[in-house]
Design a protein around this ligand. Structure first.
Ligand SMILES: [Zn+2]
Ligand SMILES: [Zn+2]
Length: 54
């Protein structure tokens, strides 16, 4: 079943389209990314974590 996740680091997940609402997330206010994984790992969508901690 399709779901929508945030890749900004807050681990946000929703069953409906929307935007991230985590105040301290890098992608707050940005659209969630659709994902169709069935194992809960969001492997198609989650990118390798960059060491980009500006
Ligand atoms: Zn987020
Ligand atoms: Zn997923």
């Amino acid at each position: 079943m399709q779901h929508f996740i945030c890749t900004g680091g807050c681990d946000g997940e929703s069953s409906t389209p929307g935007v991230c609402q985590a105040e301290d997330c890098k992608k707050e206010g940005e659209a969630l990314t659709p994902c169709n994984c069935e194992d809960g790992l969001h492997g198609e969508v989650v990118e390798k974590k960059d060491e980009d901690e500006d």
